[in-house]
Design a protein around this ligand. Sequence first.
Ligand SMILES: [Zn+2]
Length: 131
Amino acid sequence: MEIELGEITTCQMTLAAIAAYPGECCGILLGKTSESGEVEILETREAHNQIQGAQKSAHFRVDPLFLYQVEREIEGSGIEVIGFYHSHPDCAAVPSDEDYENMVPGLIYVILSVTKDGVKDIRSYKKDINY
Ligand SMILES: [Zn+2]
């Protein structure tokens, strides 16, 4: 299975990660899964990181109401929520123990490593498998 990040969505996530630095950005990945299992990310939606204060640089939580609103909006469009992205300020683009625990099997998790100089690395994960 391959994940096609796409130029526009990569750009959107990169800008979100830089804007949120030194906090974590987070958002929703919208796209399609083909019958052969190929995943295509078509859109990203930046979510408000519900974690505030000092914790914000190490944790994120997508507002469930926002997720619900996005799901309602795309209902019947053929596009679905295929995963989530978030940034790791001054840390590698590798899931933390907490990230890993919160991963839902089947969904895609994109992690961006960001420093004050910009985004250094972007990686996507699915539980148990690293792409
Ligand atoms: Zn993380």
